[in-house]
Design a protein around this ligand. Sequence first.
Ligand code: SF4
Length: 463
Amino acid sequence: MKPAQQFKTQATVMTHDLHHRELIHTALSKYEAVRDQSKAAYQDWQAARQAAAEAKWEAVNHLDEYLVEFSNKLEARGTKVHWASTGLQAKEIILGIIREKKARSIVKSKAMTSEEIHLNEALAEEGFEVVESDLGEFIVQLRKEPPYHIVFPAMHLTRGEISELFARELGSAPTQSPEELTMIARRVLRQKYIRADIGFTGANFAVAETGMISITENEGNARLTAALPKVMISLLGIEKVVPRLEDLALLLPMLSTIGTGQPLTCYNSFYGGPRQPGEPDGPDEFHVVLLDNRRTELLADGEQRDALHCIRCGGCLNVCPIFRNVGGHTYHTTYSGPIGSVITPHLRGLQEWKHLSFASSLCGACTETCPVKINLHHHLLHNRRNAARQKPSMFEKVAFKLFAFVINRPSLYRSSKRAGRLLQIFHPLVKGTRFDPAYAWTKTRDLPPIARQTFKEYWRQRS
Ligand code: SF4
């Protein structure tokens, strides 16, 4: 099935699933309350957004310089930096390191870039044991499904469903207690960390000034992933770079404020190389893989380049009325919601993924919430325009030509209104059938009756 058809079919199913909708609405209404509490601690939230946007603007518009600075500083401390133009290259680099180390087991902390290149599938195909250590990711991995949300991978599941899953997959006793469920996962994961040959992470930021990656988290799983195995691999998109360490004084709290509603996440760690002499823990070898995967094409697009400012906080997903109703899996993309709808056509092809730009009410809630001020709903319009320019729809071409023809001839326009009113009398008879000329439109919407009197007629009569 084509992505557009798949989206439409699943969106129809999900919007009728009231249980799912209630679950997501409950989860997100709590989120809004805590987010707003955290935002209130800022003296001037709008000024903070502006400063964050400027820091990302500087990084993205001088990416060539900051990436080289970041890479040189990392290498100076013994890190091996790899550059991957495509997802395939990134997979080959990572698989190459794992094979060379004769590793068998890999423990991973959350990395959307690894979802983007389908790393887990590639590792599993070669027989490696891969375990996700973030609790939400661990749960969806057991269910053999992709993350539902970029920050809350398992937000679509109830405690009961997780308990049943653990009982089935891990043999644990059923429980409704979140603490007990966490302890069950923890007991399993602790053993995996100890045995893992490779620790794999993503990164939230890459600091050019110090040559360090920054990882922000709440569970401490990324710390264990980085500290225990002998080899650490981090895969990050090239847009993660920020110029200075002090930029994180703003970006880290803003990420957690909009991401989870916390003033700051529990653990914030920096990794700048393998274990140095005298250090008690850390990997013997540290590899950083910098992933392009068509990000430079987005960089070349002056109009939409600011989509690379995204810090993956997930805020735009949380406030999007479409995401809240159709859910994360319906998109069938790594990045869902408004930011996914903006960047996926760039990463995977405009024509095949243009339908996502129409999965929006253009209410602008996403743009309003974005901590780095990405003009998301305008970019959705840009994608629509670019798709129409690239491959104009024959139907639309004819329809607009006809419209221009009629609107430019006042007498014809006047008669067309009368004809429209006449047609509408018959519309209830054909509504929702294949004879309905507005079938797709009226299936889910009302077609309001055309007024008996036009404004012009009314005005003439009035005067
Ligand atoms: S586009 Fe903005 S709101 Fe959406 S995930 Fe990225 S940073 Fe967050």
